[in-house]
Write a protein that binds this ligand. Sequence first.
Ligand code: BJW
Length: 257
Amino acid sequence: MNDAAAWSGLEEARRWVREATRIAVLTGAGVSAESGVPTFRDAQTGLWANFRPEELATPEAFRAHPQRVWDWYAERRARLADVQPNPGHVALAEFQARHPDRLTLITQNVDGLHQKAGSTGVLALHGNLFEDRWLDPCLNSALHGGRLGCDPTSAVAGSPPRCADCGNLLRPGVVWFGEMLPMDALDAAERAAVSCELMLVVGTSGAVYPAAGLAHRARRAGARVVVLNPEPTELDDVAHLCLRGTSARWLPALLGD
Ligand code: BJW
């Protein structure tokens, strides 16, 4: 796309933003790329170069190789600890602050950068990288009628940490392949998708469901759909308009006054 074509696409998308009373934004790893966070499918570097995401981000992988998977997440947590939101995250948060109740932010990201930028009510479909939870339902909780679970903060350090009492393992509080998404976040995201007039699909390959299905649902319900991504995506065919650019550069232009 040449600059003139890109510019006219941006102008049209800006008009759609102005016209929409309800906007849903679905983000993926690409929005954090310009903060220095590798996208999910680019993240297999160095030590992890020999593993595909599907071989690490599953409950089966964790059960088979708990130390390998825990160490992968520990390394990602360490890398992300000091990472800051970029102008794309900030543009979304500022738009939401200027237009309360117009924008619902749905993210597949687990890095917390939207929240760090000041976005509120973020629907985090794939959980939170910095939270831990038990791998299995707590045995002690079952013994005591669900009242007394072991406390995750009391886990004995290790890779992964484990419960000294019942042997349960800690795992990261993210959603792995084959696992259900948090129902409250998914329900709210589906409501936003079918009731919005404009959906912006930003920085995602559109390869992972049910998140990617939200764009199809929005389109079927009559919303305009805009994909913003420097590369082609699996959702381009669903979109009325594809903007080929990076989110840190284009979101401020799209959402600014
Ligand atoms: C830029 C940029 C810049 C670069 N600016 N952009 C229907 C059809 C087919 C399959 C399924 C289906 N329904 C369910 C499935 C199965 C499965 C699935 O989708 N598989 C596919 C691989 C086909 N889904 C699931 O298992 C989900 N659960 C589920 O469906 O439960 C119901 C159920 C349960 C039990 C039985 C049966 C049904 C769960 C999915 C969980 C995904 N989890 C992960 C890991 C999270 C934890 C972690 O981080 O480790 O979530 S996988 C990974 O992919 C991560 C991401 O959130 C997700 C999406 O990736 P994303 O964000 O799109 O990143 P990339 O890397 O793919 O793309 C980055 C993009 O950025 C690229 O396009 C770049 O061009 C772009 N970019 N720089 C803007 N500067």
